[in-house]
Write a protein that binds this ligand. Structure first.
Ligand SMILES: Cc1ncc(COP(=O)(O)O)c(C=O)c1O
Length: 377
């Protein structure tokens, strides 16, 4: 559908075209090429982390990182249900069990208290997300992980550039994953990465990413005989994609600045509406607004979505709880009580948010929203 105001728009410029063009014109190295390592290095530099391995999606990054930590059958991984399904599925990919913990209302991230309640003798890892670009209570979660000797893996798919007290999301855990899918802070169409400070995990990730084959040379242009040392996949990011990632990363400060400015304007305009809770912004938490999500009280959410859709404005419910999907509820027979997740999920509505969102578009979104509330109240 062609929306008057879509939920997101990709921010791109001539540099994106040029770098891809250059990588293509080389006529070789479209799969494995120099830009992959350059992108990894640039991303590590941006985040201030030691190692980075690029993947072809955030989902394959999640899959690989759980394998790298040796998580498998008999293990439990504590995850939110208020997330994109891939976070929970990652545990299933490796034969482990996702155990859902509730969220808190300060950041909509995992509630440290409930996480602690869900820890069992089988728990191996905690896998929180930073919802929509707002860091979760990661310091508290890190303290719990350390006290219980658990692995902490941050799903920072939505939060590249976010920080807590100046420290970047993704650098608190043992490892973190990122996504560069088209609706993320920066995008390569599809793409992902794992960042880590562990050399051992880094080495394992490189093997898992590419068929269990040591990357001693470029497989496609070397006669060197290589052996296969473990089970691996083809989770590689293409060199063309990595070239785009480099150009996107050059723009990240501008992108985040624009997102934050737009979010501020949107919040100013919506703040007069009684029935709406604005996105969280706790002190010291630097939100990058990958999404701009409000809560709509009094059961008025679904009708607001329709009201805006009728006027060409796309909004969406991010996220319906994972434990209530057909797959988890009927297929896997999950039956959990997650009262805050269910309450928040029943109220959230993600409004359009992208760097180039104009003041005129913000005026249209907020005017139509205010109009809706004056009709229903
Ligand atoms: C929280 C979260 N985790 C994981 C993913 C998966 O990333 P990808 O779509 O790149 O596979 C996403 C992306 O939608 C996400 O929002």
């Amino acid at each position: 559908m062609d929306w008057r105001i879509p939920l997101f728009k990709i921010y791109w410029d001539e540099e994106d075209l040029e770098v891809v063009n250059r990588a293509l014109r080389r006529g070789t190295g479209w799969a494995i090429g120099p830009e992959v390592a350059q992108f990894e290095e640039k991303l590590s530099g941006y985040l201030g982390t030691k190692y980075c391995v690029a993947f072809n999606s955030g989902t394959s990054a999640l899959h690989a990182v759980l394998i790298a930590y040796g998580i498998g059958p008999g293990d439990e991984v504590i995850v939110p249900s208020f997330t994109f399904i891939a976070t929970a599925n990652a545990a299933l990919f490796v034969g482990a069990k996702p155990v859902f913990a509730d969220i808190e209302e300060k950041t909509y991230g995992l509630d440290p208290k409930d996480v602690e309640r869900k820890i069992s003798s089988k728990t191996k890892a905690i896998l929180p997300i930073h919802y929509g670009g707002c860091p979760c209570l990661i310091e508290e979660l890190k303290e719990i992980a350390q006290r219980h000797n658990l692995i902490l893996i941050e799903d920072a798919a939505e939060a590249l550039g976010a920080s807590v007290k100046g420290r970047k999301a993704g650098t608190f855990g043992d490892s973190a994953i990122l996504s560069f899918c088209q609706n993320k802070v920066i995008t390569t169409g599809e793409g992902g990465a794992v960042i880590t400070s562990s050399k051992e995990i880094y080495e394992k990730l490189k093997l898992i990413r590419s068929h269990g084959r040591p990357e001693t040379s470029d497989y496609f242009s070397s006669t060197e005989q290589v052996d296969y040392v473990t089970l691996g996949y083809n989770f590689r990011m293409s060199n063309i994609t990595a070239a785009l990632g480099l150009a996107q990363l050059n723009k990240i400060d501008t992108i985040i600045k624009m997102r934050r400015r737009n979010a501020q304007l949107m919040s100013q305009r919506l703040s007069s509406i009684e029935g709406i809770v604005l996105p969280p912004s706790p002190d010291g938490f630097y939100h990058v607004y990958q999404m701009y999500t409000v809560r709509v009280k009094n059961g008025l959410r679904d009708r607001l979505l329709e009201h805006l859709a009728e006027r060409g404005i796309m909004t969406k419910v991010y996220f319906p709880p994972v434990h209530q999907t057909l797959f988890y509820k009927n297929g896997l027979k999950y039956d959990c009580e997650l009262p805050i997740t269910e309450a928040v999920s029943g109220q959230v509505l993600t409004l359009p948010m992208y760097p180039s969102l104009s003041e005129e578009e913000i005026t249209t979104i907020t005017r139509e929203t205010i109009g809706y509330f004056s009709e229903v109240q």
